[in-house]
Design a protein around this ligand. Structure first.
Ligand SMILES: Cc1ncc(COP(=O)(O)O)c(C=O)c1O
Length: 338
């Protein structure tokens, strides 16, 4: 038994009352990866395919949006707004969710080195019909605030997909933990650990879900940008405690409840690591599964690093939670193979 069935039922019941936005294909598959396990001479590796959530090219945002956009629908919002880098997965998923829900999307995007030529997520943003407002990076936050205010003046009801309903993005991954444990149990697998590229919502929600159902699986959050790990743990503890409270669970989290690692990250956001390409090729060539260069390749670097340190025996199972991000692959062709 890898979790408590009664506690799982209780969590399922608590989650059933949340309004949902029908934007993701769930549950996502849990793939056995025997060839990758073999070349690494390590534990049995399973990949939880949240890159297959089905909204445009998928990813963790689609699962998060199922919960976090619930209030946007019930409040009658007509615009989804997001502001981030030109290759933001979050922006692209905002555009796709707006299309699927019959809303409009406004994306506030700084001109940055990846905004030309138009490729990757930015290409999809346009294709998905989002209104793209290009701005100077120095005033991007102010521009987004002004854009939201203008929409309100025009009688619209905008919803900012990073700020509004933010705690619900973690709630979605508490449900993701439940989904993963149910699938693992059906397959007779008892994962020792789950690895994920996350610095906030995904990991916080996973840890809440695992604790709520009494699972012994440890979650490892792999940072994608170098940051102070203690600060990251404090942020995660606050996010997890808030998530538990929103769900109605009497759980409090401390920084020590989180395993994080920024050793495989790079100082700049979107910067490739030395081993990213090798890792991406290894997973693609052994399992036919694509990783992205910004997030998931670094998290997989971390898992491989831990396997090489001998942390896991061959009879153990480890899950890699694939959070998506695949559109950026097409904006990194030159760095990867040029
Ligand atoms: C592909 C991908 N993986 C992981 C993350 C990290 O998500 P979070 O830190 O919110 O858990 C993101 C966030 O944008 C992402 O796009």
């Amino acid at each position: 038994m890898i979790y408590d069935l009664g506690a799982a039922d209780h969590l399922r019941q608590l989650l059933s009352v949340f309004p949902r936005a029908p934007v993701a294909h769930l549950p996502t598959p849990l793939d056995d990866c025997p060839r990758l396990s073999e070349v690494l001479a390590g534990p049995r590796i399973w990949i939880k395919r949240d890159d297959m959530t089905g909204l445009a090219l998928g990813g963790n945002k689609a699962r998060q949006f199922v919960f976090s956009l619930g209030p946007a629908i019930s409040q009658g919002c007509d615009y989804l707004v997001h502001g981030a880098d030109s290759q933001s997965n979050h922006s692209c998923q905002t555009a796709a969710a707006a299309a699927k829900l019959g809303m409009k999307a406004l994306l506030v995007i700084p001109r940055d080195p990846k905004s030309y030529p138009v490729n990757g997520n930015l290409l999809l943003d346009h294709l998905l019909g989002a209104q793209v407002k290009y701005v100077f990076s120095a005033i991007a936050t102010e521009e987004k605030k002004n854009a939201m205010a203008r929409l309100r003046e025009q009688g619209h009801k905008p919803y900012d997909t990073s700020v509004d309903g933010a705690a619900l993005r973690a709630v979605a991954y508490a449900e993701g933990a439940l989904e993963l444990c149910e699938q693992a149990e059906k397959r007779g697998v008892e994962p020792t650990a789950v690895y994920v590229s996350s610095s906030t919502h995904t990991l916080a929600g996973l840890v809440v879900g695992l604790r709520a159902i009494g699972s012994s699986t440890r979650a490892f959050g792999m940072g994608y940008r170098v940051e102070d790990e203690e600060q990251m743990r404090r942020r995660l503890a606050a996010a997890a405690t808030e998530c538990a409270s929103v769900i109605g669970l009497d759980l409090v989290f401390a920084p020590e409840d989180f395993e994080v690692n920024c050793q495989f990250a790079r100082p700049g956001f979107g910067e490739l690591s030395r081993t990213s390409l090798e890792t991406m090729k290894r997973v693609a060539e052994t399992e036919g599964i694509l990783l992205d260069p910004v997030y998931t390749a670094k998290a997989m670097d971390g898992l491989i690093g831990h396997i090489r340190e001998g942390r896991y025996g061959r009879d153990e199972s480890v899950v890699f939670l694939h959070t998506g991000g695949l559109p950026t692959l097409f904006a990194y062709g030159d760095e990867l193979f040029g």
